[in-house]
Structures are given as structure tokens and as C-alpha cells.
Design a protein around this ligand. Structure first.
Ligand SMILES: Cc1cc2nc3c(=O)[nH]c(=O)nc-3n(C[C@H](O)[C@H](O)[C@H](O)COP(=O)(O)O)c2cc1C
Length: 264
């Protein structure tokens, strides 16, 4: 696969990985592509923890599952993120961003449009959806052979200052390099973001990884080799839809949206 094809094919892996350990050669290759990213003044503000100890993975998985259950149970998740959810093909085709909710767990399907209402939330609680989604999430993380924690040097990561912005930008570039490279190795990657939504779980995760005072834990990912068959999860949180050129690119000034030269 050439670089551009690989980047265009990049995607989030929502399903399980094969249980096989990720070879240390592959792990180190991913770290080398990460550090090939640009950074302000070549500061290389990123740090990474490669986690393959089964006990640590199980503890991260428990935190992720618990966080997911709490977020759904309390309605926080839907409250915080409802603006990203699309409920029809027409809405999706018009906006071409966000997540298309076209794949809810069976019992919820008749209530697709109500999942964000109080009544929908009540129904989800009655059907045990928060626990089910939490357990799905826990299993996905627990079954991953490798977790990757991304951190920033707090000497650089100073929120409110330009170096804080630059260092987040650099870390994003480093992680994107990893994200692009995994496909070439027959691997997948997924953000494990639920623990960072709940401060006490995020703190517990930092303690588990023994993050020192001079580093800031920024994100956690799960990685592994992809199985042949990939089924969609109970709720598919990822989306392949992308905006048209005239929805996100301008020519010369922001007053002139860019036009397609050929059909996308
Ligand atoms: C900052 C950030 C946070 C994300 N959080 C999650 C997440 O918690 N769970 C998940 O499955 N995907 C997460 N994603 C992946 C997006 O959902 C995904 O990139 C988007 O839906 C497009 O799908 P694709 O990556 O397959 O192209 C995150 C991506 C970014 C950049």
C-alpha cells in the first residue's frame, strides 16, 4: 500500500483484535513513526507507555467499562455529545459529519430517535443498556494485546500558553502517524476515551501507570492485529462520512468555498 492509499484507508477499529501479542519490532516501529512527527523547535514533547502486562490491561479495561456504564447511566454521554449524532441518511448526506446512528442494539432500534430524550434514557436503563455497553467496552479493552498511553512533557504542555497548544498539535501529529502506520502492519487502533470523561477514573488510570508529576496523561489507545472478519459493535461510534470539499476548504479567503474538480 502506498502512503496516500494507506492514509485514505485509515480507520478506527471498533471490534476485537486477535489475541496474539504485538511483536516488539512492530511496537518499536510504531514508536519510530510517532517520533518522526513534527514538533515545535523539535521539542519532541510526546512520551508513550506501551502496556502489555495483562493485569494492567485488565485494570484499564475495568476503568473503561465502568466509565462507559456511568456515562450512559447518568445520561451525561448523550447530553454532552448529542450534537454529533445523525439519525437519518438525509441528515448525514447533508452535513456529512458526525456519527450516523444506524446500528443500535436490537431492543432499542424502534426507539432510535428517542435515545437522547429522558424517556429514551429511562428505557435504556430498564433494558440494562448502560451495563451492556460498559461490559462490551471492558471486554474490547481487556481483549486487546497492547495499550498505548500518550503523554506530554508538562514543561511544554502549559495550557493557555502557545507551547501548550503547540505540544498538543505535535502529539496529535505523532498519534496520527501511528494511526496511519498500523494498517500497513495488519493492525488496528481505537481511542479508549471513556475514563478521561470522568476525572476520578482518569486519575486512577494515571496512578496505575505511575505517571510522574512532570508528565500529563493525554490519551489511551488499544491496539492489536486485526482478525479476518470484523463485526460491527452494539453501537458503532465511528463513521466514514466526510464533508465535501466546499464544506471545509476555501479558496483565497473564507468567503469562497472551494469547488470540486471531479466527483468525490
Ligand atoms: C480526539 C478523538 C477522540 C476519539 N474518541 C473516540 C472514542 O472514544 N471511541 C472511538 O471508538 N473512537 C474515537 N475516536 C475516533 C472517531 O470516532 C473516528 O475517528 C471518527 O468517527 C471517524 O471514523 P474513522 O476514524 O474510522 O475514519 C476519536 C477520535 C479522536 C480524534
Amino acid at each position: 500500500m502506498n502512503l496516500i492509499d494507506g492514509m485514505l484507508a485509515r480507520r478506527t477499529t471498533n471490534g476485537p483484535f486477535r489475541p496474539d501479542p504485538v511483536s516488539h519490532d512492530h511496537q518499536h516501529l510504531l514508536m519510530r513513526v510517532a517520533q518522526a512527527a513534527p514538533s515545535h523547535f523539535n521539542s519532541q514533547p510526546w512520551r508513550f507507555v506501551l502496556i502489555e502486562d495483562p493485569q494492567t490491561i485488565a485494570q484499564v479495561a475495568a476503568l473503561a467499562g465502568q466509565s462507559m456504564t456511568e456515562l450512559i447511566e447518568a445520561g451525561v454521554f448523550f447530553e454532552r455529545y448529542r450534537r454529533y449524532f445523525r439519525f437519518s441518511e438525509v441528515e448525514m448526506q447533508t452535513r456529512r459529519d458526525g456519527i450516523h446512528i444506524d446500528h443500535l442494539p436490537g431492543p432499542l432500534r424502534p426507539f432510535t430517535r428517542q435515545v437522547f430524550s429522558d424517556a429514551g434514557l429511562k428505557l435504556m436503563r430498564q433494558l440494562g443498556v448502560p451495563k451492556k455497553l460498559g461490559e462490551d467496552n471492558r471486554k474490547l479493552v481487556a481483549g486487546s494485546p497492547l495499550l498505548l498511553a500518550a503523554l506530554l512533557d508538562r514543561g511544554e504542555y502549559r495550557p493557555g500558553e502557545l507551547s501548550g497548544f503547540y505540544s498538543v498539535f505535535g502529539l496529535g501529529a505523532a498519534v496520527e502517524n501511528v494511526w496511519n502506520a498500523v494498517g500497513e502492519l495488519g493492525m488496528g487502533i481505537q481511542f479508549v476515551s471513556t475514563p478521561m470523561e470522568i476525572p476520578r477514573h482518569w486519575q486512577a488510570l494515571g496512578e496505575l501507570l505511575r505517571v510522574p508529576d512532570d508528565l500529563e496523561l493525554m490519551a489511551v489507545y488499544r491496539l492489536g492485529y486485526l482478525p479476518q472478519e470484523q463485526a460491527r459493535p452494539s453501537i458503532d461510534w465511528s463513521s466514514r462520512h466526510r464533508k465535501r470539499l466546499d464544506q471545509f476548504v476555501y479558496r483565497d479567503t473564507c468567503a469562497q468555498p472551494e469547488q470540486e474538480t471531479a466527483a468525490p
